[in-house]
Ligand binder design. Structure first.
Ligand SMILES: C[S@@+](CC[C@H](N)C(=O)[O-])C[C@H]1O[C@@H](n2cnc3c(N)ncnc32)[C@H](O)[C@@H]1O
Length: 242
């Protein structure tokens, strides 16, 4: 089982520290996009967390199931109204199987990068495909690796710098490794934590999809179907199970 980086300390603050990601302007286009793909079928969220997307999707009338490694995150979801209609399996979304067949499986907010080896990411595509009906779709939202900003020989890129918050990404280009280091001043204390990721290229994800019997259907730079271009900093990709 992979290490749980979303324990109690992260879970208790998740909804407030990511408050901008809970805004209707952010959530609604995601839910519109996924509800359209789900149609009258069910949706499976890999890394369901505290239900940021799953709960409003359920409110749209879509049956939703989730998988997550973190008891603490899922406890936050369970405390929210509407959660009683959402089944959640605790486990690794690269390998955990749940009952049922789904029209759409989705993995948002960069969470594919939480799998820190290529083998785990490949397994995740295979696990998504196993849960989909033929013609069903797997959707990923993930940032593009920010390597154009990293001079050769450098490893560190700041992503947040404020008087009380510092965030620095540490790249290991050889292994596509990325560790996000966080420093936060909280009263008299300095909180320090680091989370490991594996960054991954769109073309590499397309190959993982093909290995799992899926083909790229759409790629956008956002949930409102903004065009994906050389300037894009993230992508929303949809692979269809053939
Ligand atoms: C950034 S949060 C996203 C939560 C939610 N999808 C959202 O958009 O707010 C990542 C979630 O994925 C879960 N997670 C990370 N790696 C996982 C794994 N290998 N298996 C299952 N869950 C995992 C974490 O516990 C956490 O709840």
């Amino acid at each position: 089982m992979p290490e749980d980086h979303f324990g109690e300390r992260v879970a208790e603050r998740y909804d407030t520290s990511a408050a901008d990601m809970f805004e209707p302007a952010v959530v609604d286009p995601v839910v519109d996009f996924l509800a359209e793909l789900a149609g009258d079928g069910a949706a499976l969220e890999l890394g369901i967390g505290t239900g940021r997307i799953a709960l409003p999707l359920r409110q749209r009338g879509i049956r939703v199931h989730g998988i997550d490694l973190s008891d603490a995150m899922v406890a936050r979801l369970r405390a929210k109204p509407g959660a009683e209609d959402i089944g959640v399996a605790i486990g690794d979304f690269a390998t955990t199987r749940v009952e049922g067949t789904f029209s759409v499986a989705y993995l948002v907010f960069n969470t594919i990068m939480n799998l820190t080896t290529q083998d785990e990411q490949v397994a995740c595509f295979q696990n998504a495909a196993v849960h989909l009906r033929p013609g069903g779709c797997f959707v990923i939202e993930v940032e593009l690796p920010d390597l154009q900003r990293l001079p050769r020989g450098d490893s560190f890129r700041p992503f947040t710098v404020t008087p009380t918050r510092l965030g620095i990404d540490e790249y290991d280009v050889e292994s596509q490794g990325l560790i996000s280091h966080h420093y936060r001043v909280a009263g008299d204390t300095l909180e320090v934590w680091s989370i490991p990721f594996r960054y991954v290229w769109p073309s590499e994800l397309d190959l993982m999809a093909r290995l799992a019997g899926m083909m790229l259907r759409e790629r956008w730079s956002g949930w409102r179907r903004e065009p994906f271009t050389s300037e894009s900093t993230k992508h929303v990709s949809v692979w269809e199970k053939t």
